[in-house]
Write a protein that binds this ligand. Structure first.
Ligand SMILES: Cc1cc2nc3c(=O)[nH]c(=O)nc-3n(C[C@H](O)[C@H](O)[C@H](O)COP(=O)(O)O)c2cc1C
Length: 385
């Protein structure tokens, strides 16, 4: 057992170390939601309530965690969720995360709001990479970004539909967390007392929105570029825009941020190749349902053949099994990959992927489950008295 495994055997350990190593205003941005943050808590708590029934009588050979999505075989049914500003949360984490996803042969989703450009990450991640698209409200820029994603080698577009309006995240308001962060005495003190993070900023440079910087006026300050992003990336998508993006993109398109059964059906009718059931990590609407609560209904309505992913609250390989038992084909995982990067460094993402695979494989072995497709048959639905 390596010392890394002894120090960080699971997400909880990495989460605690990340809290110590990140300045508070950055850490709050990562973990926070809005309002009373009940949606963030429910995402994790709802998974805890999902019980799986182990069976011991049948012989089950070693579990096979592999899945095939769009004709490509992946080694495990989880991937790295898109995380905007990941390069500010833990500076320099984006390239190692992309490399680790490729090495572990799992999907990696690069955010439109990433701090490294799709032209940089695309070639690194190869056909493990998908590009997450927040469409700008400028059609020429939309068309240009779609063309760039294809030229960067991406074949799968993840169209996120759940940020129609700016959110009020109270932690960020209190902390002066904006782009650029308010540098008052409080934040300066937090930076000075977190030298690891500060050193990483110095080494990697002040993070910019590299996917969007070609569209700001040249020489824009960080403040001006953030204002541009705020103005441009907002508004409901609506059917016309979804259809236009569908027509412009020649590859596969997944819609992320779906919670409502009838909208799930509508996105499929508009030409989506699959859906990601998600409440955005509890960051958009504190009353939004969890993916856990709506996923079974969406699976039931759409049938077994539609590709459905889910995310929110996954903190272990067992949680991955729980989502699959509820009907997901695969899951995305967000915050834990930043916890891992902050706690461990450049090897953190790969370490977390190793841990998640071991946890999932262990859970499947304990259940007596041979393939991930069999997981729904292990869902335990207690009978009402
Ligand atoms: C800091 C942060 C930034 C995020 N940025 C994006 C983004 O740019 N695009 C997107 O589609 N989702 C974004 N999300 C949502 C995640 O992709 C994912 O849905 C969510 O984190 C899943 O919940 P989890 O963090 O509990 O795993 C972000 C989430 C966090 C925590």
């Amino acid at each position: 057992m390596t010392s890394l495994h002894r120090r960080f055997p699971c997400v909880v350990d990495m989460e605690a170390a990340a809290k110590r190593r990140m300045p508070k205003f950055v850490h709050d941005y990562l973990i926070g939601g809005l309002g009373r943050e009940s949606s963030v808590r429910r995402n994790v708590a709802s998974l805890d309530t999902i019980e799986l029934m182990p069976r011991y009588l049948s012989e089950a050979p070693a579990p096979d965690m592999g899945i095939t999505l769009f004709g490509k075989r992946f080694d495990a049914p989880f991937g790295v969720a898109p995380l905007g500003l990941a390069g500010l949360l833990w500076p320099g984490c984006e390239v190692p995360l992309a490399k680790a996803a490729r090495a572990h042969n799992i999907p990696h989703v690069l955010s439109t709001f990433a701090n490294r450009a799709m032209e940089t990450i695309g070639p690194i991640v190869g056909d493990n990479g998908w590009f997450q698209f927040y469409p700008p409200n400028d059609p020429a820029m939309e068309e240009d970004m779609i063309g760039r994603a294809a030229r960067a080698g991406y074949e799968t577009l993840v169209l996120t539909v759940d940020i129609p309006a700016p959110t009020r995240r109270e932690r960020d308001i209190r902390n002066g967390m904006s782009v650029p962060p308010v540098l008052d005495l409080k934040t300066m003190f937090q930076i000075a007392t977190h030298p690891h993070w500060a050193r990483h900023v110095l080494r990697n440079g002040i993070p910019d929105f590299e996917n969007l910087s070609p569209y700001y006026p040249k020489g824009s300050s960080l403040q001006e570029s953030a204002a541009f992003v705020g103005r441009t990336m907002t508004g409901h998508l609506g059917e016309t825009r979804v259809r236009r993006i569908r027509d412009a993109w020649n590859g596969r398109m997944l819609v992320k941020g779906v919670l409502d059964v009838s909208e799930a059906q509508a996105y499929m009718a508009l030409g989506a190749d699959g859906l990601i059931v998600s409440n955005h990590g509890g960051r958009q609407l504190d009353a939004a349902p969890t993916a856990v609560s709506v996923l079974p209904g969406i699976r039931h309505a759409l049938g077994p053949d539609v590709l459905i992913a889910a995310d929110g609250g996954v903190r272990s390989g067992l949680d991955v099994a729980r989502y699959l038992a509820l009907g997901a084909d695969f899951v995305l995982i967000g915050r834990p990959f930043v916890f891992a990067s902050a706690a461990v460094g450049a090897e953190g993402g790969g370490h977390l992927m190793t841990i998640l695979k071991a946890e999932l494989s262990g859970a499947m072995a304990q259940l007596g489950c041979r393939t991930v497709a069999d997981l729904p048959s292990f869902l335990h639905a207690p009978r009402a008295n």
